[in-house]
Design a protein. Structure first.
Length: 119
């Protein structure tokens, strides 16, 4: 059997790489397969598509809120116009009722009995 020689200390050559240092394995691993340029391009396109879709959905949300707000504003304007119309009608009715109770109005002659001036 041949004699085995074990060096207890490495001396001399300081330029040894880290792979040959003490208590290290001297195995080189191949890097894992990485994505190619086509896969990178497809991934970037998908990311841009997703960000674009998110941007579009946020924009349509704002537009739908705008339409809802416009419909509420239209309803408010319609109700205000109806309120003004009812207030004017109420004022005419109150004025007519007050005019019927007036002393001057009670002593007036009915306009239907008046005649026309003949030529």
């Amino acid at each position: 059997m041949a004699e085995a020689y074990f060096a207890t200390r490495r001396t001399g050559n300081i330029e040894l790489s880290a792979d040959w240092a003490r208590n290290r394995n001297a195995v080189r691993h191949e890097p894992r397969a990485t994505l190619g340029p086509v896969s990178h391009t497809i991934t970037v396109m998908l990311l841009v598509l997703v960000v674009g879709l998110i941007y579009i959905t946020q924009g349509t949300k704002a537009t739908s809120y705008d339409y809802a707000l416009n419909s509420v504003n239209d309803e408010i304007a319609s109700l205000e116009a109806q309120n003004n119309s009812l207030a004017a009608e109420n004022a005419r009715i109150v004025a007519a009722a007050a005019g019927e109770q007036n002393e001057v109005a009670l002593t007036m002659v009915d306009a239907r009995t008046a005649g026309y001036v003949a030529e």
